[in-house]
Design a protein around this ligand. Structure first.
Ligand code: CAA
Length: 404
């Protein structure tokens, strides 16, 4: 697969692999146990020039593509899924500013994120508004030169460590999702509280928090793009660009678990031979490897499509997310199976992969939502095709279609 990548892609991938092997893998089990954030890993990412690579050069970044981002996330996730998302979520948080911020907002907020000096989070979901993102209830009502924000956000990945938050709220509650606007909220804004941290099953190194807004006054300048009402579109466009990153997290987890499984079955002996020598095991490994390779192609292709400037990216981004993360769940579960009883124990590295993989099927749009996005795109794409097929149907007089 390396042969299909550009020298720039390979450079990012190799630097990330080095950080993963030298700094992430040795720390992964401890970070999982303690739930501490990998501050040393952030320093390593800085020293390897890997923070905020997706941010345009004019704002301190490297103008790297989504494919480069995915390659870095894949390598980090091979060693630890939590570190993979701790890195990728900064892209999720900053894409809204890159896509919709004013020049001043970009100049102010992007350079510290590019440098890795500040972390950012993405505040869309609420307790009662998850998959139905357009039904959010947090309000931001204009009072003079401020907006007063009230409400709460849920599932804020990076919440406990971020300095800046992209937050979606209703500026015109009567308009429903068309009344949603995006804001850039700084952590020390009075009335803004980073609340309860969730006790999560996996990705334990990254804090996932609630966010609370109690008559929180944010300056009018914090309104994304200084435009009301474009928030939902901004969030959807952001998710289209960020979902390949979650897919890459799933891909890295699957690859990492597969490598551990290969090593284990090569060494473990039963009935006088290695477990690997049994054909039943080789068939399992063949399926795992094939699924990983198929996922890799979809992840890289969806990222390339975005980097090529395509506008119709929702379907492929959703396909990459659903396929790679379902693959992550299947492969990590099979890897635990291959370790047998040891796979179920925390003394071994493999069960963590399965715990980390589970969330990738849930966040940044559940895999059911991804299928909804794909289904809607297919419905649009295939509207015109019935006319083309009409011509061919003439050759099949018995063909009655699906109608009454
Ligand atoms: N790009 C641009 N605009 C888009 C769009 C896209 N991809 N998708 C929708 N829109 C626009 C539509 O064109 C439409 O605009 P008009 O009304 O002007 O035509 C408007 O948005 C509404 O679109 P829909 O009717 O399709 O909206 P919907 O209510 O049916 O919802 C949905 C669509 C795909 C289900 C969406 O709600 C969705 O993606 N839900 C999942 C949300 C999600 O992923 N949440 C995760 C948050 S991040 C996280 O997990 C936490 C973390 O920190 C990691």
């Amino acid at each position: 697969m390396k042969e299909l990548l550009s020298p720039q892609n390979i450079d990012y991938m190799e630097r990330a692999r080095e950080v993963a092997e030298k700094h992430v893998r040795p720390a992964a089990a401890e970070l999982d146990r303690t739930g501490e954030y990998g501050w040393d890993i952030l320093e390593a990412l800085k020293s390897y020039g890997l923070t905020g690579i997706w941010i345009p050069k004019e704002y301190g970044g490297q103008s790297a593509g989504v494919l480069d981002l995915c390659l870095v996330v894949e390598q980090l996730s091979r060693a630890c899924g939590g570190v993979g998302v701790a890195y990728a979520v900064n892209a999720l948080g900053s894409f809204p500013i890159i896509l919709g911020g004013t020049e001043e907002q970009k100049q102010k907020y992007l350079p510290p994120i590019a440098a890795g000096d500040q972390l950012i989070a993405f505040g869309l979901s609420e307790k009662a508004s998850g998959s139905d993102a357009g039904s959010l209830r947090t309000t931001a009502l204009k009072h003079g030169d401020h907006y007063v924000v009230n409400g709460a956000k849920k599932w804020n990945t990076n919440g406990g460590v971020a300095s800046v938050f992209t937050v979606y709220a209703l500026t015109e509650p009567d308009k429903g999702m068309r009344g949603i606007s995006a804001f850039i909220v700084e952590r020390d804004t009075p009335g803004f509280v980073v609340g309860k941290r969730e006790e999560t099953m996996g990705i334990r190194t990254v804090p996932v928090n609630e966010l609370e807004f109690h008559d929180c006054r944010v300056p009018a300048d914090a309104l994304m793009g200084h435009t009301e009402g474009g928030g939902f579109r901004n969030a959807m466009m952001t998710l289209d660009r960020a979902r390949p990153g979650v897919a890459a997290q799933g891909l890295g987890l699957a690859q990492g678990a597969f490598e551990w499984a290969m090593r284990y079955v090569s060494e473990r002996r039963q009935f006088g031979q290695t477990v690997l020598s049994f054909q039943a095991i080789q068939f399992m490994l063949a399926d795992m490897a094939t699924q990983i390779e198929a996922a890799r192609h979809l992840v890289y292709t969806s990222a390339r499509l975005i980097d090529a400037g395509a506008t119709n990216i929702s379907k492929l981004a959703a396909m990459a997310k659903v396929f790679a993360t379902d693959t992550a769940m299947r492969v990590t579960t099979d890897a635990v199976q291959l370790f047998g009883g040891y796979g179920y124990c925390r003394d071994y590295p493999i069960e963590k992969y399965m715990r980390d993989a589970k969330i990738t099927q849930i966040y940044e749009g559940t895999n059911q939502v991804q299928r909804l996005v794909i289904g809607r795109a297919l419905t649009r794409e295939y509207k015109g095709i019935s006319k083309e097929l009409d011509v061919r149907i003439e050759h099949f007089p018995e063909f009655e279609g699906g109608g009454e």
